[in-house]
Design a protein around this ligand. Structure first.
Ligand SMILES: *Cc1c(COP(=O)(O)O)cnc(C)c1O
Length: 392
């Protein structure tokens, strides 16, 4: 038997981390003590009181039935209260909030509501892959906006050709950014709003990392910009904030018509988030900030140790103000892939080649801070032994 795959699947670019994965597994098989700084999945557990709330809610038969499509009203109200407290943004829980099965789910499905075959979607490069995959699945054409170091890894909106901007339906942005760890200020968001209004484009802001920030910095929401709600949807996740990647719950907020369209797509594909998980998420959003603050301190300490180690061997890396990634320039003579391979073969350290996030990520590696401090210290020791090879 032979099956032919859809054009949609055939269009997905080859999995660029396959080579690193293969090498990693081979080394583990050989008994090498591999330190995995590749995955963007927190190693820390979900705070106990959230787990407790799930257990209680799981016992209640009320929660065993199909959930509502857009989420429990209590969940949507908890989201709107959290937005008010955290960002000073007013949201109507009835019309401007929707629950998602993780923010990835909403991001992937949104283009189905607005993009017809041939339509343009503005997608950053390098980026979290779901923006361009979601676009391709809807038949759309991604137009890549390079994120360059000289622009602080913000897209240069003025460089987008007029005819592309006119044909674009959506623009994806993500700050604090994965993979570059860059941040955006309200001034950039204001310019983005004006651009989107001029060309009638929906701003899709992925705000997954607003709560993981350091040195007292507090990342803004796009919705803090006056008038932004007319043209924007913002995706949020509990995954990174509360170490809940496995739970599959997130939410989207913003323009009521955009939220309604997403709800329409979703109601024909999925049947919502397990209500017990929603109750646990409410406990997370309404609970004290202590657990999140503890996370920030842990990641910040790991960041500082690793940055010292990287700089010590001559690598150029910025002190990330948010996210749990470092985006390091590879030394001359290496590509993203060859340097990532070098670190794995010579030091047993897994990193992600920047080129895997798009060709504009070439020349960088992404390093995730998702292992305990002791392992970071061990990684720094191994890096120090590489000194001669790297700095030549
Ligand atoms: C982790 C991540 C998400 C996905 O979060 P879920 O809510 O777990 O689906 C979304 N965007 C970016 C940029 C991420 O890194």
């Amino acid at each position: 038997m032979s099956f032919s795959f859809s054009q949609r699947l055939k269009q997905i670019p080859p999995y660029l981390f396959a080579e690193i994965d293969r090498l990693k597994n081979e080394m583990i098989r050989r008994g090498v003590d591999v330190i995995d700084l590749g995955v963007g999945d927190p190693d820390l557990p979900t705070p106990p009181r959230i787990v407790e709330r799930l257990k209680e809610a799981a016992e209640d038969p009320e929660n065993h039935r199909y959930p509502s499509y857009n989420g429990l009203f209590s969940f949507r109200r908890a989201v709107s209260d959290w937005y008010k407290r955290r960002f000073g943004v007013d949201l109507d829980p009835e019309r401007e909030v929707i629950a998602l099965i993780g923010s990835k789910e909403g991001i992937a499905h949104l283009p189905l509501a607005f993009v017809d075959p041939g339509d343009v979607v503005l997608v950053p490069n390098p980026a979290y892959p779901v923006y361009h995959i979601g676009t391709i699945f809807a038949g759309g054409r991604p137009y890549y906006m390079p994120l360059l170091e000289e622009n602080g890894f913000l897209p240069n909106l003025e460089k987008i050709p007029e005819d592309i901007a006119r044909r674009a339906k959506l623009i994806f942005v993500n700050y604090p950014n994965n993979p570059t760890a860059a941040i955006a200020d309200l001034d950039f968001f204001e310019r983005l709003k004006r651009f989107a209004k001029k060309y009638n484009i929906i701003v899709c802001h992925d705000a997954a990392y607003t709560e993981l920030s350091y040195d007292g910095y507090r990342p803004p929401s796009f919705l803090e910009v006056k008038g932004s709600k007319e043209i924007a949807i913002e995706f949020h996740s509990l995954s990174k904030t509360y170490n809940m990647t496995g739970w599959r719950i997130g939410f989207a907020v913003g323009n009521a018509d955009v939220i309604k369209a997403l709800k329409e797509v979703k109601s024909n594909i999925d049947s919502g988030v397990f209500q017990a998980v929603q109750w646990a998420a409410i406990a997370a959003l309404e609970g004290s900030e202590d657990a999140v603050e503890k996370n920030r301190r842990i990641f910040q300490e790991r960041r500082d140790i690793l940055i010292d180690g990287l700089r010590n061997i001559g690598l150029r890396v910025q002190r990330a103000k948010a996210t749990f990634y470092l985006w390091a320039r590879v030394p001359s003579g290496y590509s993203s892939a060859s340097f990532s391979r070098f670190l794995l073969e010579r030091a047993g350290i897994v990193t992600t080649p920047g080129s895997g996030f798009g060709d504009a990520g070439e020349g960088y590696i992404r390093i995730a801070l998702t292992v305990p401090k002791g392992r970071i210290i061990e990684a720094v020791k191994r890096l120090a032994n590489l000194k001669i090879s790297v700095s030549q």
